[in-house]
Design a protein. Structure first.
Length: 283
């Protein structure tokens, strides 16, 4: 049983005059510079009020359908089966920002809904994404809060300026979810002072570089969820690396699909193309 088919924002838009991603997000040259220098940048309010309400309700439906063996922080690449998510992550206003980071030919490489329930939401140790993924090429992640997030409910922390050097030394962990972490001796001694927390309101987002060290604590709050969508975008000429993920509803494995959401399939790989229909409501 997987429940009724999910609708896309496209269909919901017709029904409810919905525009999920605000078309007037500003991404200034100072923000672009900050991304280059620090390896992350905050983007302000990305979702419209109606977009946030709709995304939360879709996500709650999905969490209700979650396979009992999976945790709510293990919903991988659900945009491949959830049209609303595919449309959200390919909204032109978001891609305009992603383009500043990785160029004009953009593939959705994966997405991850990392939802931490109150009291039980897990920590993620310091790590650099690229060292896990066996990829090469320009890549960036949009981190979108669907709840207000802070230290208490397990937000993310980044270590600015550490995305340009060699990968930091790692050590093994005995944990299925995260089997490696940056060795604490490779982090600066004053990491607690240097780290920057994403203390965001629901609907706000940040963008982080694939090599920036980052982590998140447990959700220690009594009753606040931490629901976050992370989307990984890669330049269409990148080295993409095959992978499989469990379907969040059935645990059946499916192949990661590389979806071209802007620009050209420059290496002629036969990438599937998806074009968002999201336009301003009055457009
Ligand atoms: O959101 C988090 O808790 C961590 C996110 C993360 O590890 C990532 O975006 O790569």
């Amino acid at each position: 049983m997987t429940g009724p088919p999910a609708k896309g924002f496209r269909q919901l838009r017709k029904e409810k005059a919905l525009q999920a991603v605000r078309s007037e997000i500003i991404f200034s040259s100072e923000q672009e510079q900050q991304y280059q220098t620090d390896g992350y940048v905050l983007l302000g309010q990305v979702l419209s009020e109606s977009g946030l309400t709709e995304a939360r309700s879709q996500l709650d439906r999905m969490i209700g359908q979650l396979h009992p063996d999976l945790q709510p922080d293990e919903i991988f690449s659900a945009h491949q089966m959830e049209p609303w998510l595919m449309e959200l992550i390919s909204a032109p206003a978001l891609l305009d920002i992603v383009e500043k980071a990785i160029g004009p030919n953009i593939v959705v490489w994966s997405s991850h809904l990392i939802c931490k329930p109150p009291q039980t939401g897990r920590a993620i140790p310091w790590h650099q994404d690229a060292t896990y993924w066996n990829i090469a090429g320009k890549m960036t992640s949009i981190w979108l809060a669907l709840d207000d997030v802070d230290d208490g409910n397990g937000t993310m922390y980044v270590l600015p300026g550490y995305h340009t050097g060699k990968p930091l030394a790692r050590r093994d962990r005995t944990d299925d979810f995260f089997d490696e972490e940056i060795n604490p001796t490779a982090l600066p001694k004053d990491v607690d002072q240097r780290q920057i927390g994403y203390f965001l309101k629901a609907g706000q987002a940040g963008m982080h570089h694939v090599m920036i060290p980052h982590r998140s604590p447990v959700n220690s709050s009594k009753d606040r969820w931490r629901r976050v969508l992370v989307v990984r975008y890669m330049s269409a000429d990148g080295d993409m690396a095959l992978n499989q993920y469990p379907d969040y509803r059935t645990k059946e494995m499916f192949d990661r699909k590389f979806v071209l959401v802007r620009g050209e399939d420059v290496l002629g790989r036969g990438l599937e193309r998806f074009q968002s229909n999201e336009l301003p409501i009055n457009g």
